[in-house]
Design a protein around this ligand. Structure first.
Ligand code: ATP
Length: 357
């Protein structure tokens, strides 16, 4: 895959505070790339540097191999979609879509033709003469995307574009956005603090924390093989059990914890005696049999939240730490009730051990 966007040693400093620290990313042409992280970690700042609204304090932004230094936003091969869609309320939908083309001197008949093409792409043919106020939230969202695509950007930058929508619509729009991206082949850089959104849509995700990129990988790799504690906790749910490494055998590690000796896969290079934490996902846990002693965590069940396909069992271990176990719907009938002490077992391959510190 050829490179579409290259960020080389990008740092952004506002006075004394550093919003983005020495970020290096190579984003492929036609890739759906997400930047995921909690509020304030520097996502928007990074995107604004790609768009040309901010010049980095240090480092280079390359698009299609070209250095963007000194190039204003409207000269870059990018388009950006903000949280507030900023459609013009008194302008018909088709003119909203064609707005960027007018600024580029494209004649009216050609603008209309192009708007109709884009309306077809976003499945809103026949809506061109409506005003934005006569569309649903999801439809307005699609118009904003069509407007950004009208100027044929190489790279579309999306800053939490679904955050104003309700959950059902957000989930529906995820699939639509993903399909639209694959259909157009435009590189998408998508910012979100919602890990399920990033996992569902992206080819690859960069996880950011406090201005730094912690890990870049496919959704599957981030979920199955987190490299840091932050990624293990931020991407999906995880149970964390701290301890000391007792032994390392190939890529299997035994950790002595307050729940006894537990084994998992080594998520990093580890040595005996080292403080480390074993992470096991809620779906990696199952209710253990009475005689089952290996890789066992005991806890008092507090509640089971029914979530449709499974029930999320919330429990508390002896040390006061919480434990989450996802019990498939089909097994909920046999699940321990609130107040019961239960054992939860897991396979070593379903746990990852990471060094502390
Ligand atoms: P959110 O998800 O809340 O939008 P974010 O990850 O996009 O957060 P940024 O908006 O990039 O975070 O902000 C990163 C840090 O930089 C924050 O601490 C913010 O206060 C700071 N910051 C952003 N813009 C400026 C600015 N123009 N001047 C000073 N500080 C800024």
């Amino acid at each position: 895959m050829s490179r579409s966007v290259g960020l080389e040693n990008i740092t952004m400093q506002f006075g004394d505070s550093v919003a983005v620290r020495d970020v290096n990313l190579a984003i492929g042409s036609g890739e759906f790339f997400s930047i995921l992280g909690p509020s304030g970690c520097g996502k928007t700042t990074l995107l604004r540097m790609v768009a040309g609204f901010l010049e980095p304090t240090r480092g280079r932004v390359l698009i299609g191999g070209r250095d963007m230094a000194g190039l204003a936003a409207d000269r870059r091969p990018t388009a950006m979609i903000f949280q507030s869609l900023a459609l013009f309320p008194l302008m018909p939908v088709w003119e909203n879509i064609a707005f960027g083309l007018e600024a580029r001197g494209v004649p009216k008949a050609e603008r209309r033709r192009r708007a109709e093409e884009l309306l077809a792409l976003i499945a809103l043919s026949g809506y061109g003469d409506r005003l934005p106020g006569a569309l649903s939230g999801g439809q307005r969202q699609r118009v904003a995307i069509a407007r950004a695509l009208a100027v044929e950007p190489q790279v579309l930058l999306l800053d939490e574009p679904l955050s104003a929508l309700d959950l059902k619509l957000r989930q529906h729009m995820r699939a639509e956005l993903r399909a639209l991206q694959k259909q157009t082949g435009v590189t998408f850089i998508y910012i979100t603090h919602d890990q399920s959104e990033a996992l569902a849509m992206s080819d690859r995700v960069a996880v950011m924390k406090e201005g730094l990129v912690e890990q870049v990988g496919t959704p599957r790799a981030l979920y199955d093989d987190p490299h840091t504690h932050f990624v293990a906790r931020f991407v999906g749910e995880n149970n964390a059990i701290p301890g000391l490494v007792a032994a390392v055998c190939g890529d299997t590690v035994a950790v002595d914890t307050n729940a006894g000796r537990l084994t998992g896969r080594a998520g990093a290079r580890l040595a005996a005696g080292q403080p480390a934490t074993l992470f096991v996902r809620p779906e990696g846990l199952r209710v253990a049999g009475d005689g089952e002693a290996e890789n066992r965590l005991d806890a008092i069940v507090e509640a089971i939240d029914f979530e449709g396909a499974f029930g999320m069992l919330r429990a508390r271990r002896g040390d006061g730490e919480r434990l989450l176990a996802a019990i498939p719907n089909t097994g909920l009938g046999q699940a321990p009730a609130a107040g019961a002490v239960a054992g939860f077992g897991f396979a070593a391959r379903d746990a990852v051990v990471l060094a502390d510190g």
